[in-house]
Write a new protein. Structure first.
Length: 467
RNA sequence: GCGGGCGUAGCUUAGCCCGGUUAAAAGCGCCGCCCUGUCACGGCGGAGAACGUGGGUUCAAAUCCCAUCGCCCGCGCCA
């Protein structure tokens, strides 16, 4: 018999059907046993009675989290026994056949609560059990809905979803890279992408004009409540556009996304406020102001854009000018002398997107004129040849007809955490890592065999103990 | 790398300041028995803890000290 979902049973009252799932709770009253059967659609009550003695004997042995399949008649519950708390509360199933697919040990923690009270270390170690809880399942399903909406929206707008490489090149600027040794090129390494930045710009040179990707990004830095070593961003790049085209697109996506998937949420201000960096720093003392009117209202969403960031900032550690965003951000002036002479005064065509005081991400109009790029690299203290070597592919590509282009990258995990009122992005990621980037469930990073290392031409040198 | 918090049955905690007496306590869970309408079922009974690890102080350490490990929050870092 073909299995139906628990939620579908209400449509088949009086019929004999098969359902499958996990035993959630057992309420035994001696001569009648109620079992809440959980599947991906929800809970269904099974009622065992000793009418069938053999079946009843087996039912008495059932324990929480065993996986079973049952066939039996779906009955409408008597009025007094309807449970309004569950979606299938007006029906129940009287099993005639019971199959035990697998038994289960007692779980290390309860999965029937939201789970915040449970030691997160345990939750991460047994993530496959943690994900059985309703809250996390819901978070993952909301995540899927958001991604689906964004895909459909952008494809309708003429965007092409393109996968860029995960094995790519280490970039000297920015965060630490995760490195992957290349077996066929002894001594050489791939790096995992910190973002698809350069690929998406190259796609503009390729003439795709409108690119997007739900992109996994990797940064080998210490994690936080809002940071993971690997995270997902909505990555967008467009050709022949100005700043407003990007901001208007983002505004439209998020307004319609909220309207469709989170109708209970209210957006504080439409159109989203656009605040200059200077004004934000003066007025709110930071560049990601929380513009909510009532910070206790979990349904309020205050989006805003921060624009006109400075192009350069003085790096105290390296004692040189550094790009606030990255060197391919387009300065707001074409005056090369001005860029070189007064870098601190130069503003950039750069924008950030902020929600309830959380930075969701940012982007920029890209710099594509060689003389401007050279001036920027010069301010940053790079020799012309060095800069060209580091970003050779971009410089070369730009020699073959490059359209003016711009883009943005927005953190999906952060957006979901905010909109689902979660304190940490770990709550919206299926298999997150700890603060020091370990996966407690898989127990990685882990050592590898000598043979593997040999094949990769890698030797582990134990560092000498510090004094 | 730095600062702060936490670590006691399977889970959540009390006890820790002010060291000593039920053989470290409770709720939930687990196991057994009873119970025909529950839905966080109920009732009775039971098992379950080298108090993260190592060392020290003391007649005596879950409790005080030192070290170490793990998790969380933040700083650094995150173009």
């Amino acid at each position: 018999m073909k299995r139906i979902l628990n939620i579908e049973t209400t449509k088949y009252v009086g019929k004999k059907m098969k359902v499958c799932g996990w035993v959630q709770t057992i309420r035994s009253h001696g001569k009648i046993i109620f079992i809440d059967l959980r599947d991906r659609s929800g809970i269904l009550q099974l009622v065992f009675t000793p009418k069938d003695e053999k079946l009843y004997e087996v039912a008495q042995k059932l324990r929480p989290e065993w996986v079973v399949g049952v066939e039996g008649k779906i009955k409408e519950r008597p009025k007094a026994m309807v449970n309004p708390k569950i979606k299938t509360g007006n029906v129940e199933l009287e099993p005639e056949k019971l199959e035990i697919f697998s038994k289960a040990k007692t779980l290390p923690f309860s999965i029937e609560t939201p789970g915040y009270e449970i030691n997160e270390e345990k939750r991460l170690k047994y993530r496959y059990l943690d994900l059985r809880r309703e809250r996390l399942k819901k978070n993952l399903m909301v995540r899927q809905k958001v991604i689906q909406f964004i895909r459909e929206f952008l494809i309708k707008e003429g965007f092409v979803e393109i996968e860029t490489p995960i094995l790519t090149k280490s970039t000297p600027e920015g965060a630490r890279d995760f490195l992957v040794p290349a077996r066929l090129q002894p001594g050489k390494f791939y790096a995992l992408p910190q973002s698809p930045q350069q690929y998406k710009q190259l796609l503009m040179v390729a003439g795709l004009e409108r690119y997007f990707q739900i992109a996994r990004c990797f940064r080998d830095e210490d994690a936080r409540a809002d940071r993971q070593a690997e995270f997902t961003q909505l990555d967008i790049e467009m050709s022949f556009v100005e700043q407003d085209d990007i901001l208007n697109l983002i505004e439209k996506i998020y307004i319609e996304l909220v309207k469709k998937i989170f109708p209970e949420k209210k957006i504080t201000k439409i159109p989203f406020p656009t605040i200059s960096y200077k004004e934000a720093m003066a007025k709110y003392k930071n560049d990601r102001p929380d513009l909510r009117k009532n910070k206790n209202d979990s349904n309020e969403l205050a989006f805003c854009f921060i624009v006109d960031f400075p192009m350069f900032e003085w790096s105290k550690t390296e004692k040189r000018w550094d790009a606030v965003h990255h060197p391919f951000t387009r300065p707001q002036t074409d005056n090369i002398n001005e860029i070189k002479k007064n870098p601190e005064k130069i503003l950039a065509h750069q924008y950030d997107f902020v929600l309830n005081g959380e930075e969701l991400g940012g982007g920029s109009l890209r710099s594509f004129k060689p003389e401007i790029l050279e001036a920027v690299f010069e301010v940053m203290g790079h020799k012309k040849s060095e800069a060209k070597k580091k970003f050779q592919h971009l410089f070369s590509a730009f020699e073959y007809g490059v359209p003016p282009h711009a883009g943005i990258a927005l953190g999906l995990d952060r957006f979901l955490a905010v909109i689902l009122n979660e304190q940490s992005i770990r709550e919206v990621i299926a298999f997150p890592k700890t603060g020091d980037n370990r996966d407690l469930m898989m127990d990685v990073p882990a050592e590898v065999t000598k043979e593997q290392l040999k094949e990769l031409h890698i030797k582990i040198v134990k560092s000498v103990n510090k004094q």
